[in-house]
Design a binder for this molecule. Structure first.
Ligand code: ADP
Ligand code: MG
Length: 230
């Protein structure tokens, strides 16, 4: 079977600041994610996970190195082309959820329809996703009326709604209890295995390990492979 590489990162460096206050967060980092795989990147707080994920998805640029998303080198695209690539290829679950406070849950999805009118989940598929995540009854509520875990699951559903081939998730289970972690882990694994998506999750949640096909650890800004023993 040929594996389709959807994300390739080569020799990525990232530093912030200059002079004495310069912090070098990522060091010559290489990473590849293929369709059909759930990739887990584990690391403690401050190890560079969010930096890594936002660079992977083109939300910020590396100081040096190359990111190839769905076959396209990000630096070779215009800002408009990068936006379009992100919109059509990536589902982002950000650490901050990024839900709009003045929109009901149902309207968070309607907004996606306005920005990206085609190729989103069908109403039936969305209903079954909301059901699977246990948030079907919340569609008339506003984010402020929801618990952290409920908002987190809405954010996951919103990221999956455009049906993207690449899913990038930042600590997607941080606010969830163990039973929900199992459901969400299984959902991400199914998206990889049955729908051939490339799923990349950065987290310190070891409860997700058993769902992963590939596990790396971020340590001192470098990625180390980890042996999987389920
Ligand atoms: P994690 O997600 O693993 O907690 P981050 O990627 O958020 O780690 O941060 C890694 C390091 O980079 C931290 O030391 C953080 O303070 C630093 N950092 C992240 N973003 C910025 C920024 N925009 N400016 C300065 N330092 C930053
Ligand atoms: Mg983070």
């Amino acid at each position: 079977m040929t594996t389709k590489k959807l994300l390739e990162m080569q020799q990525i460096n990232k530093s912030f600041g200059n002079g004495l206050s310069k912090v070098h967060v990522l060091h010559n980092l290489n990473f590849t994610a293929a369709a059909g795989q759930l990739n887990l990147i584990l690391g403690p707080s401050g190890s560079g996970k969010s930096t890594f994920l936002t660079i992977a998805g083109g939300l910020q640029s590396p100081s040096s190195g190359q990111v190839k998303l769905a076959g396209q080198v990000l630096t070779e695209l215009s800002a408009k082309q990068r936006d379009s690539l992100r919109l059509n290829q990536i589902g982002f679950v950000l650490q901050s959820y990024n839900l709009l406070p003045y929109l009901k849950v149902s309207d968070q999805f309607a907004l996606v329809d306005r920005i990206k009118p085609a190729n989103n989940l069908s109403p039936t598929e969305l209903a079954s996703l909301l059901d699977e995540l246990g948030i079907a009854e919340l569609i008339d509520k506003y984010p402020a009326e929801l618990s952290g875990g409920q908002n987190q699951r809405v954010a996951i559903a919103r990221a999956l709604y455009p049906n993207p081939p690449i899913i990038l998730a930042d600590e997607p289970t941080a606010a969830l209890d163990s039973q929900r972690v199992e459901q969400v882990g299984q959902l991400f694994a199914d998206l990889a295995h049955t729908e051939q998506k490339a799923v990349i999750i950065v987290t310190h949640d070891l409860r997700l390990k058993r769902f992963a096909d590939q596990i790396n650890e971020i340590k001192d800004g470098q990625l180390l492979p980890t042996v999987i023993n389920h």
